[in-house]
Design a protein around this ligand. Structure first.
Ligand code: PLP
Length: 435
């Protein structure tokens, strides 16, 4: 009774579902080996960043009150600066989420009369309100900061002419979103981001180039700051928190940019000097230490998902074989039943709240009901196995995360089981003799 199929059976996975999954996995082995090599490289990068910053046992403790002379906080910021080959970094539990980190980076480095440019099309949903694309209280727009956007061309290429024409005497900052987020476009590789930054700096060298690095950290061996970005910004409840950070965001880059953000986060005159770390530092350090292999697990889960559902005839982005630059996997089911059944499977595989049945609901800010599946240790953490999808055409689900590959694997098998049980997929399609 110690066989894998027995424990899977006890977790509601039928033999045919497991066999189908195992067959798909065989085809993924080579890809997985490459991901492991990247994880090894990035693990060493993190260790080196910690050693070079002289992380000590005392750094794992925290401060209270004003947080003056918080050695753990200051050293962690040095670790992030080392890791991103940046001059400085701000890594704080007082940065509440990714949107907050991005808003901070934008609002602290732009002044009334400046213009912000997105050369990669529409930014992440929540940034629309930060910028004021959708009217919103406290937006950049309210402070007299204008915004311009140049969409990607149909093939996903940069619109070089459009970008050149959009840059003017007011253009102070450029925001580049690395991940596709929930847009149909492709995620940008760090190399492509580098080409874009060079092009922009050639036209106007003093433009501050900021990269929204969410979901991209540790997927490649280099980061946007290695190819000219002045700032990278992200969330600690995604890749770099390694699943352990319970809150937080980071900004790494040019000293002046990071300091501007610090004066905005705390107060003019105070900057980085205050901000007690309370008790979160050891989870920030340990989470960062685990982040390269956690990101690798999430990537393998996404590739496994793409291969399963492409084999079953669904449209998947990225597809089963293409190179990946973030951890998000989109699967288009073409009907609400597919989206709902998939999310039920993800929820049923969770370590927390596995007995809960997710249902579509009218979330504020969305024009269609959205279904979300997550049974996470950290609420809303999307480096943990999770999925969501709006109940509207083309009925696509977005899945991401998985702190360990065995869990991501079980999660995917559980989605398949759920689709089988709900009659969304024909069990005959799971016959591995057809491979
Ligand atoms: C998640 C995400 C954000 C916003 O982060 P939150 O922590 O959800 O506020 C911004 N940009 C991208 C690309 C993201 O994936």
């Amino acid at each position: 009774m110690t066989q894998l199929q027995d424990i899977y059976k006890g977790l509601s996975i039928d033999a045919d579902v497991l066999a189908f999954g195992e067959k798909i996995l065989e085809e993924c082995k080579e890809r997985f080996a490459k991901i492991d090599e990247t994880a090894e490289y990035n693990q060493l990068k993190v260790v080196k960043a910690m050693q070079d910053a002289k992380v000590s046992e005392a750094c794992l403790l925290g401060t209270t009150g004003y947080g003056y002379n918080d050695i753990g906080r200051d050293t962690l910021e040095q670790v992030y600066a080392n890791l991103f080959h940046a001059e400085d970094a701000l890594v704080r539990p007082q940065i509440t989420c990714g949107t907050h980190a991005l808003a901070l980076a934008l609002m602290s480095n732009l002044r009334p009369g400046d213009e912000l440019l997105s050369p990669v099309g529409k930014p992440y949903d929540t940034l629309e309100e930060v910028i004021g694309i959708r009217p919103s209280r406290g937006s950049l727009r309210e402070y007299g900061i204008s915004y311009r956007q140049v969409d990607l061309l149909d093939g996903g290429e940069f619109d070089w002419d459009g970008i050149k024409n959009a840059i003017n005497e007011k253009t102070k900052m450029v925001t580049i979103q690395r991940s596709k987020g929930y847009e149909p476009r492709k995620t940008l590789s760090v190399e492509r981001i580098g080409e874009l930054i060079s092009f922009i700096k050639n036209i106007k060298p003093e433009i501050i180039c900021m990269v929204d690095n969410c979901y991209g950290e540790f997927v490649q061996r280099i980061e946007p700051t290695d190819v000219g970005a002045d700032m990278v910004v992200g969330s600690l409840i995604k890749n770099p928190g390694g699943g352990l950070a319970p809150i937080g965001g980071y900004i790494a880059g040019k000293k002046e940019c990071v300091e501007n953000a610090a004066y905005r986060l705390t107060s003019p005159g105070l900057g980085k000097e205050v901000g007690a770390s309370l008790g979160v530092l050891s989870s920030f350090y340990e989470g960062l230490f685990l982040a390269p292999t956690v990101t690798a697990s999430a990537l393998k889960g996404a590739i496994f998902a793409a291969n399963i559902y492409e084999r079953l005839g669904y449209h998947v982005v990225p597809n089963a074989t293409e190179e990946r630059f973030d951890i998000i996997q989109a699967i288009t089911f073409g009907n609400p039943e597919g989206v709902i059944s998939f999310c039920k499977g993800i929820q049923a595989a969770a370590p927390v709240d596995s007995f809960v049945t997710p249902e579509p609901w009218d979330m504020p800010g969305y024009d269609a009901p959205v279904i979300m599946a997550a049974g996470a240790f950290v609420s809303g953490s999307s480096i943990e196995l999770s999925a969501d999808g709006p109940i509207k055409p083309p009925y696509a689900v977005y899945m991401q995360g998985g702190l360990t590959f065995p869990h991501a694997k079980y999660g995917m098998l559980r989605t398949l089981q759920s689709m089988k049980d709900d009659g969304v997929i024909d069990p005959a399609k799971l016959k591995i003799t057809d491979f």
